[in-house]
Design a protein around this ligand. Structure first.
Ligand SMILES: Nc1ncnc2c1ncn2[C@@H]1O[C@H](COP(=O)(O)OP(=O)(O)O)[C@@H](O)[C@H]1O
Ligand SMILES: [Mg+2]
Length: 294
């Protein structure tokens, strides 16, 4: 693992001239790597954009989303630790704060989460970030489950039987019907079934239009997209052009440096690489029993 972290950091230093690389340094949930910058508070929870046409206020649109409650103990079993502030949530809180700082500095709203290969911790990271953001009362966030071949946000959060997200993305159902809401300011666009042709869905004009419409109507400060892995198909690549930036999750005990490097290069061709999460890394020791699958 230490080799992977050293290799990532050395490659990133070499590429330091490339503006899109290395916004957030390699980050290890469990052990924050760098000081936390102050958060620039740029939330818009009280604001209403002009020209919202459906008559309801922004607050009313958010309040009308289907509320769900999540179970702390169950989330803990899934390594989703950010619903409330604690020592366990601290590494994800640091990550959230760094990401927010970078995105607000640049005026970015759309963040993709991807990885070289499956099982690196994308969905775990996405859920922790989203719940951490929900604790920022001045911000609104939306988490989209865009891993259409293998949607996993709903089971990770313990939310039963969501409708297929394709019905939202093709305009058959609107966001108000489809979305769930945790607390006042975190919305979820979940998916309840695997799609046979995700690339086609992710590239469709209707998907692009739906996202623009949701962004305009609900004015989220942050939209998180839990994407598929880069090296196993075209799905993630097809969508990266629609986000402002991406976070790459590597698994310290599994990801090879070559896989990470290919992934970072590919992502960098389509969007800004905001940073890297080195999941499962333990400073000064081995991988713990959970990491090793024991
Ligand atoms: N740091 C970690 N240590 C041990 N297990 C982890 C860690 N991070 C994630 N997992 C587990 O690994 C599995 C895959 O994680 P997931 O977030 O679904 O990955 P991905 O979305 O990249 O496929 C899940 O069962 C998750 O609970
Ligand atoms: Mg996943």
């Amino acid at each position: 693992m230490e080799k992977l972290q050293a290799a990532i950091e050395s490659a990133r230093r070499k590429r330091a001239g490339r503006p899109e690389a290395a916004g957030v340094p390699a980050q290890t949930p469990g052990h924050p790597a760098a000081p936390v910058p102050a958060v620039a508070a740029a939330g818009n929870l009280a604001a209403e954009a002009p020209g919202q046409g459906d008559g309801a206020s922004l607050q009313e649109r958010w309040a009308a989303l289907n509320p769900v409650t999540v179970d702390h103990a169950r989330l803990g079993q899934q390594r989703v630790l950010s619903l409330s502030a604690s020592a366990a949530s601290a590494p994800f809180d640091v990550l959230r704060t760094k990401i927010l700082y970078q995105m607000q500095q640049k005026g970015w709203r759309r963040l993709a989460i991807t990885s070289p290969l499956p099982k690196c911790g994308k969905t775990t990271t996405a859920c922790n970030l989203a719940l951490g953001l929900s604790r920022q009362p001045e911000l609104r966030s939306i988490l989209f489950d865009f891993d259409l071949r293998s949607p996993a946000v709903a089971p990770m959060l313990g939310i039963a039987e969501p409708q297929p997200i394709v019905s939202l993305l093709t305009g058959q159902r609107d966001f108000a019907q489809h979305a769930h809401r945790i607390g006042p300011n975190l919305a979820l666009a979940l998916s309840g079934r695997a799609e046979p042709d995700p690339t086609q869905v992710l590239m469709a004009t209707s998907t692009r239009d739906t996202l623009a419409q949701v962004q305009e109507s609900y004015q989220p400060d942050v939209m998180i997209f839990d994407l598929p892995s880069i090296l196993i198909g075209d799905d993630a690549r097809a969508f990266l052009q629609h986000v402002d930036c991406a976070l790459i999750v590597a698994r310290a005990d599994q990801t090879r440096y070559g896989e990470f490097d290919s992934c970072e290069r590919e992502v960098g061709e389509y969007t800004n690489v905001l940073g890297v999460v080195l999941n499962g890394y333990r400073h000064g020791g081995g991988i713990d029993a959970q990491d090793s699958g024991a």
